[in-house]
Design a protein around this ligand. Structure first.
Ligand SMILES: Cc1cc2nc3c(=O)[nH]c(=O)nc-3n(C[C@H](O)[C@H](O)[C@H](O)COP(=O)(O)OP(=O)(O)OC[C@H]3O[C@@H](n4cnc5c(N)ncnc54)[C@H](O)[C@@H]3O)c2cc1C
Length: 390
């Protein structure tokens, strides 16, 4: 049986610069991220030093303007970077995706003054961001959020509790959606809140099934005072900003999902070519060969789907429907592929001695975050058939 050690994904990249970028990311992933992934996930340790390295390497602001310290890369390149990072460790890939999401409101809707003041430190100055939309009583129905921001002179005073916040308690800045007006989506405004603001605190992180290195915590805002200069966009525009951020963020989740799925497939192929039963490598049995073929095909289809959506975005065309489709398809693919990888490893797949079980636990969360896959289907159907009947 010839050696079938996994080869790096053969990527279609638009420029030499993008090819160099992927080489750099693979180097960091292989030497700085993957070796500690299993141990640190088990211990629930967040690799802050990896994020410092990514920031120093220009990898924390890839899709944003060079004028403010961003990498000015098209989404099709940025997403493939995320895929490589997530394959090495989801906590890192997803963390970069959430940081990019948290920076979006300012980058896309901030004033020139706000961008000059804050963006360089967010995109390449070592800061880490968090995105605060969900609350204990409002997840899928995010427009019913209750956190309030009340005007007081030149300031806003924000009070409420945000839930499930990735990087909650360790972030340097929080993009917070709060109610400033009427009930529903039109009464919401976005704010940029510094991590050390008085009155901001985080609860003990949730104890999760997977993604344990990435802290997810409630964030309490107890009369947090921010100047009006930290309001992002217009009063009442916050929900539209939040949804616009999520269209792009969902592509990040799709890319992370394909990274996790690819890592699981690589492990399954390596194991199946090594492990012998009935006097032959188990990869010789058609039952497993067909499973591997299906896994690889679903991954390629997922990659093609998220890249197609990214290329629409890069061309300035509408991409919300395709982003929802990519998130739905890629995360369902990750769940199926990682489950099959555990099966291919047999009993060993069910132990923590191999990463397949971790990939399976990580895939699950991707079907939930940034809009569950039920919500993605609602978004897609709305594009096809208009709003739901009430
Ligand atoms: C690890 C992790 C990290 C997260 N990070 C962040 C973050 O950084 N920032 C942030 O703001 N949020 C974050 N979230 C929150 C996440 O976005 C929500 O969990 C998600 O949107 C679902 O909300 P919920 O958990 O309240 O579930 P619910 O909305 O209560 O949904 C429960 C179930 O009902 C289904 N459902 C709800 N409404 C409908 C409907 N109309 N039709 C069909 N089915 C429906 C859902 O699909 C789900 O299966 C994170 C969550 C996790 C687990």
């Amino acid at each position: 049986m010839p050696d079938r050690a996994p080869q790096p994904v053969d990527r279609q990249l638009p420029t030499d610069e993008a090819r160099d970028l992927i080489s750099l990311v693979r180097d960091i992933a292989q030497h700085e991220i993957a070796p500690k992934a299993a141990e640190e996930e088990d211990a629930g340790r967040f690799p802050r030093e990896v994020f410092a390295l990514l920031s120093d390497s220009g990898l924390l602001g890839l899709p944003y303007d060079a004028e403010y310290g961003g990498g000015e890369q098209p989404y099709e390149v940025y997403l493939q970077v995320l895929e490589e990072l997530a394959a090495a460790r989801l906590t890192v890939g997803l963390g970069v995706s959430v940081h990019t999401l948290a920076s979006y409101a300012l980058a896309a809707f901030g004033t020139k003054e706000q961008q000059v003041e804050h963006l360089p430190s967010m995109l390449g100055g070592g800061l880490l961001g968090a995105y605060c939309l969900s609350e204990p009583a409002s997840g899928s129905d995010a427009a019913s959020l209750r956190t309030k921001a009340v005007r007081d002179g030149d300031d806003w005073v924000i009070t409420g509790t945000k839930a499930w916040i990735t990087h909650g308690g360790i972030a340097d800045f929080y993009t917070v959606m709060a109610r400033t007006g009427e009930e529903g989506p039109r009464g919401i405004t976005a704010f940029l809140v510094p991590g050390d603001a008085e009155g901001l605190s985080a609860a003990v992180p949730e104890k999760k099934m997977g993604l344990k290195g990435s802290p997810t915590a409630q964030v309490h805002l107890d009369g947090v005072r921010v100047p009006d200069s930290r309001r992002l966009g217009e009063e009442g525009q916050g929900f539209a900003i939040a949804l616009s951020a999520l269209d792009s963020g969902r592509l990040g989740i799709a890319a992370c999902a394909i990274g996790v799925a690819q890592a699981a497939l690589d492990e399954a192929v390596a194991y199946a070519t090594e492990r012998r039963q009935f006097g032959r490598p188990i990869a010789d049995f058609q039952g497993l060969r067909f499973m591997l073929a299906d896994m690889a095909t679903q991954i390629e289809a997922g990659r093609a789907l998220y890249l197609a959506a990214a290329r629409l975005r890069d061309a300035g065309r509408p991409f919300a429907k395709q982003a929802a489709m990519a998130k739905l398809h890629c995360t369902d693919t990750a769940m199926r592929v990682t489950t099959d990888a555990v099966q291919i490893l047999g009993g060993y797949g069910y132990t923590v001695d191999f990463p397949a079980e971790r990939y399976m636990r990580e895939a699950k969360v991707l079907q939930i975050v940034e809009g569950t896959n039920q919500i993605q289907r609602m978004v897609i159907a709305r594009h096809l058939a208009g709003p739901e009947a009430r």
